[in-house]
Each structure stands twice: as C-alpha cells, then as structure tokens.
Design a protein around this ligand. Structure first.
Ligand code: KIV
Ligand code: ZN
Length: 546
C-alpha cells in the first residue's frame, strides 16, 4: 500500500467509536448547541470511549465550531469529523480537527447503485476515483499518524465485488480504517457478518475494519456484534441508540454485551468505564429531549426492576438468578446518603460521586446552592432530584438571546387565563400580555408577542411534555418542549422541508416556571442556530448528505 496506517487497534481490543454528536444528532429535534456538545463530549471522555465523532464541519458554522472546540479541549481520545469526498468538505473537516492530538478524518461516499444513480447521479468508476483522490489528499495533509477512515455509504446494499474493489483501492491510497455502513438498517446478522469477514480477509492486515449499523429492523446491535465475531475491530455506536429514523446501534448494549459475554468474542477488550453509562444516557436524553423508553436494555428505568413475586424472591436470595449484570456496573447505585437542607458541601459531593458525577469548584458550589434552595421547598432530596439538577446544569452555558425576567398569570375554573411576561431580548426589556385557554398557553403567547418584533419569528410549539422527577406532592416537574421557528412553517402551519426542530427543558417545583424555562431554552437554541452558534442537524446535515 502507498499510505501508512494510523495507530490501529491493540491485539484483542475493539475500538469504541461514538457518533452521538454526529449521526445521533441527525435525529430530527436532537440538535445541540456548541456548549451542549462540549458537555456531552466531556461525559464521553469520562466514559472512556476511544473516538468521539464530534460533527460534520461542512454542514454548518456551529458544527465546525463544536468540532474545533472539542478537538482543542479533549486529549487522549480520537476526535473524528465527517466529510464527503467532495471539494471543500475534507479541507473544512481537517481545519476543525487539526488541533486534536488524535485527529480522525472520516470520509464517505455512497457506493450502492441506488445511491449512485438517484442521489449522486454518477458512475461506480467516478465514485471510486473520488474516494481514492480524497483519501490520498487526507493522508498527505494529516501525515502518517492520523486516522483516515473511509466509509462506503449504503455498503450493505452495494454490489459486493465492487465494494471490495473500493476498499482495496482506498486502503492502497492510505486509509487506515474502512467502515461498512448498513446505512438503511437492511442487513441481517449472518449476511452482515459474512460481508465483514470478506472485508477483513481482504484488507484486515493493513487497516482496521469498522462497522456502522442502523436500527430500521431492530437489528443494529445484533449486526454489530455479529460483525465483531467476524473480525471487525471498530464499532460505531451512539448513546441510547440515538440517530436518524430508528437510530444507530446503541453504545450501552454493544459495550455491555462485550463485557458480559467476552467468551463469545475473539476480540473483546474495551476500556469503557461502564459505571458512567447511566450518567451518559441521562445527559444525552435530557439535552436532546429524546426520552429513553422504560424497557430499553441497560439504561431504561425498568432495566433492573423486578416486579413479579417469583423474580423478587429470586433476586433477594441471589441477584444472579435474574440479573446478568449488576446495576452498579452501569452506574445505577442504590446509595445510603440522604441530602437535606442541613447537609454540607462535602456530603453533597460524596453523594454526587456515588451517583457517578465528580463535581468540584464552582460547578459544585452552584449545584450546592440549587440543592439547598430546593431543600427549602422539599424536605429531603431524592437521587432523582439531584440527578435532575445535574442535568439542568449541563443545559446551561450557551449564550442567551432571550432571558426571562418576570411573569404572572391569572387563571380560573371555566374561564380563560391571562398572562404577563417581562423578558430581555438581546439585552433590551420587552413586556407583553396575552390570553389563552390555560396558564401556559397564555404565557407562551405573551412570550411570542414580546420576542417577535425583535427576532422576526416566534417559536412554534410542536411538542410539550411534563413529568414528575420523583414521587410526592412536592416533586419537581420536568418539562420538555420541541419547537420550530414560525418562519419555517408554510401558510397552513406545516413545517417547510429540511427545517430545524429543537428541544428545550425546564425543571422546577413550579410547573409554570419549568414550562417557561423550557420554551425560552428552545427559543434560544433556535436563535443560536440562526446566528451559527449551534449546529443545524436537519438542514445542515441532511442537505449536505446529498
Ligand atoms: O449511515 C451512514 O451511512 C453514515 C455514514 C456517513 C458513515 O452515517
Ligand atoms: Zn449512519
């Protein structure tokens, strides 16, 4: 081969390539601000994944900035950026990752006839030539130690002989990893394993073979594991299986399968700190507004719950009767310390450590102030209360275009509601009043009236969800909303194609406060996307994929 391979994967190991911040973020409504992406990257670093795919720099200014900042601040972990084999993309991606101590460029081009004919309108020969050209370019610019990965998009529906020809050519041009995306989640484990084995047999001595599975048939984890048994040494996965349509292979499922059943895999060594899985899952769910289904493997609320008497009896006698892994191993700790308003900083810190969060300095002080304020309202804080405060802290930090100053509302049985808000928009105070068929409706309308003259649009509410964080009358309410800009809707109120939807979260013992914070957080994200301070996954990534 002409090029030189990158660092590769140690004997017996499987490289965990997390793409929550790239493929995961492509899920409609999962868009994150730069500050939120940095927060997730910090958690992925604690989890000790091997590679963080931080974004698609050519898709938007915000994504470029997020990748650059993650590359600058994260050491000892590969930082990957996605790029099409198309002039402009690889240059932009390299600019974003060049500050990393482990840059990892991820180039892709579609190879299936259906994509070549209908999407790229090109031939097999031309696609192969572009792939080789950009792999060579990347290897020359990044040098021999960087990772240059090539993905054949829609590999599982590509003619196998042509696909193998492409992989051989890109490895010859300097690719150190070749990826086999099951882009539309079409593959079945036995056939995907057989394809992986052919790729491993052909180029496995010169390059790391990687797999990337989508979950359209619910087989993403099964396909990924079958491919590892066939010799794949890198798995591309996301926290909570987040991703477009039915999502990607879930990191927690793949990782816990490798940990729980090592005897089934010739290569199974991973350095992931599985005790950080629950914290990672909660953070991603909170920031993206994508709830985790209760029966989700590993991180669902019921994953370790035993309801039936027979099961409870068995687990009490010996947990191994019905548990194949311990709740502690994934970061679910039943802990004895309780926190109330007389608790000190040290007690809070110890409790947070038990819950998987190491907070120090100003972050700990800020959380302590919030916890004590909450303990004034509630007698005793539950683990769920504290974890919700940690999640809320993660969501702050992005520059706010809109700030809530004050609100009041009047509402009566059978009558309407009238609300008044005072907000700051770009630092300027604005007041508005409105009526509605409930207190939240009236206040949301008042916010719209207060911000629209300055911004030229109002948030259009697509989803509103409220849930109690813990049990009891004094429980905190967590509100999650999804919004689009009104300017992204047509005259009939339908979203225009490829427009952005974002989520916002609010947490308070007062559900109206929580509702307002959630709405304003979403409005701020829309404003940030407009100004380029956040990635725009639906518009940026999907259009750019063409
Ligand atoms: O699913 C897919 O094909 C992808 C590639 C860009 C790797 O996400
Ligand atoms: Zn994908």
């Amino acid at each position: 081969m002409n090029g030189a391979p990158g660092p590769g994967v140690a004997a017996g190991a499987v490289r965990i390539f997390d793409t929550t911040l790239r493929d995961g973020e492509q899920a409609p409504g999962a868009g994150l601000t730069v500050a939120e992406k940095l927060e997730v990257a910090r958690q992925l670093a604690k989890l000790k994944v091997d590679v963080i795919e931080a974004g698609f720099p050519a898709a938007s200014e915000g994504d470029f900035e997020a990748v650059r900042q993650i590359a600058e601040s994260t050491k000892g972990i590969g930082i990957a950026a996605l790029a099409r084999c198309k002039d402009g993309d690889p240059q932009r991606a390299i600019d974003a990752i060049k500050v990393s101590d482990r840059p990892h460029l991820h180039l892709f081009i579609a190879t299936s006839d259906i994509h070549l004919t209908h999407k790229l309108r090109t031939t097999r020969e031309a696609a192969l030539a572009e792939a080789v050209k950009w792999v060579k370019y990347a290897r020359e610019r990044l040098g021999r130690d960087a990772e240059v990965e090539f993905s054949a998009e829609d590999a599982s529906r590509t003619d196998h002989e042509y696909l193998l020809q492409v992989y051989e050519a890109v490895v010859g041009a300097g690719a150190s990893t070749v990826n086999i995306p099951d882009t539309v989640g079409y593959a079945i484990p036995t056939e995907y394993a057989a394809l992986t084995k052919r790729v491993v047999d052909l180029v496995g001595r010169d390059a790391t073979v990687s797999v990337h599975c989508h979950n359209d048939l619910g087989l993403a984890t099964a396909n990924t594991l079958a491919a590892v048994q066939a010799g794949a040494r890198q798995v591309e996965v996301t926290i909570n299986g987040l991703g477009e349509r039915a999502g990607n292979a879930s990191l927690e499922e793949v990782v816990m399968a490798l940990r729980t059943r090592p005897g089934q895999f010739e290569s199974h060594d991973i350095r992931v700190q599985t005790e950080q899985l629950t914290a990672a899952s909660r953070l991603v769910s909170y920031l993206t507004g994508f709830a985790v289904q209760p029966n989700k493997a590993i991180v669902g609320a019921n994953a370790f719950a035993h309801e039936s008497g027979i099961h409870q009896d068995g687990v009490l006698k010996n947990p191994l009767t019905y548990e194949i892994m311990t709740p502690q191993s994934v970061g679910l700790l039943g802990s004895s310390l309780t926190i109330g308003k007389l608790s000190g900083r040290r007690g809070l810190q110890a409790k947070l450590t038990q819950l998987g969060h190491d907070l120090t300095g100003e972050a700990l002080d800020a959380l302590y102030r919030e916890a004590i304020a909450l303990a004034d309202i509630k007698k005793e804080l539950t683990d769920a209360d504290l974890l919700a405060l940690v999640d809320k802290r993660a969501a702050t930090g992005s520059a706010a275009t809109i700030e809530l100053v004050d609100w009041s509302v009047e509402s009566s049985h059978g009558g309407g509601s009238s609300g008044r808000v005072e907000v700051r928009v770009n630092g300027k105070e604005q007041k508005a009043e409105a009526t509605g068929n409930g207190p939240v409706d009236a206040l949301y309308e008042a916010i719209d009236l207060a911000i629209e003259p300055t911004l030229g649009w109002r948030p259009n509410l697509a989803e509103y969800e409220i849930r109690a964080v813990s049990e009891g009358e004094d429980a905190q309410g967590q509100v999650s909303v999804k919004c689009r800009r009104s300017s992204d809707m047509d005259a009939e109120g339908k979203p225009l194609p490829e427009t952005r939807i974002v989520s916002g979260q609010g947490l308070s013992t007062n559900i109206i406060d929580a509702s307002l914070v959630a709405y304003i957080t979403a409005a701020n994200k829309l404003a940030a996307i407009e100004s380029g301070a956040a990635s725009a996954p639906t518009k940026g990534s999907r259009e750019a994929m063409q």
